[in-house]
Design a protein around this ligand. Structure first.
Ligand SMILES: [Zn+2]
Ligand SMILES: [Zn+2]
Length: 175
């Protein structure tokens, strides 16, 4: 969905859109949406600068970073993002002395803000910190691939003492 810039003013104009899961392409192997993403918010404009504030509610399926088990979780993201025209942003990027507040700015192309891209980025950002199925996930055995949350395998775990490793190396060579 595109939000036209021209009709926006300083008065908050509400917007709402529901994306089907397949419409939000995360391009991320370990995460996908498993429910609609409902976006609600309001848009304001001050000069060329557009500000979108609101929330995204959906449900995601993530693969755990350690054990690769899929897990579903509800996700609610709040956003507050300001946009400036792309031409203006390009000029700013050349300016070495960027103001801190400039860093929260995104850019819009032409005469509309791309809500699709905002939603995609916000969901990805929110997922960055949520890649474990549980805090103390034990992960997979490096040797046999067993899920150590569910079973104990008979492989030796832990770091091999480098001195023993050298010895084992020697033994292997003798054979
Ligand atoms: Zn896990
Ligand atoms: Zn094992």
């Amino acid at each position: 969905m595109q939000i036209g810039v021209e009709n926006l003013t300083a008065a908050a104009r509400p917007f709402a859109h529901t994306y089907r899961p397949e419409e939000v392409e995360l391009e991320e192997e370990a995460a996908r949406l498993v429910a609609d993403a409902a976006v609600e918010g309001s848009a304001t404009r001050k000069g060329e600068q557009v500000r979108l504030r609101g929330t995204i509610k959906t449900e995601v399926e993530l693969l755990c970073d350690r054990c690769a088990a899929p897990q579903r979780a509800p996700l609610a993201v709040e956003f507050d993002t300001s946009f400036i025209p792309q031409e203006v942003e390009a000029v700013k990027a050349e300016n070495v002395e960027l103001q801190a507040e400039d860093l929260i700015l995104s850019a819009y192309e032409g005469d509309a803000v791309d809500l699709d891209e905002l939603v995609r980025e916000q969901i990805l950002l929110a997922l960055l910190s949520r890649h474990l199925c549980r805090e103390d996930c034990k992960g997979l055995c490096q040797k046999c691939g067993a899920n150590l949350n569910d079973e104990h395998c008979s492989c030796e775990q832990g770091e091999v003492d480098p001195r023993w490793a050298a010895l084992a190396d020697l033994k292997n060579r003798e054979q």
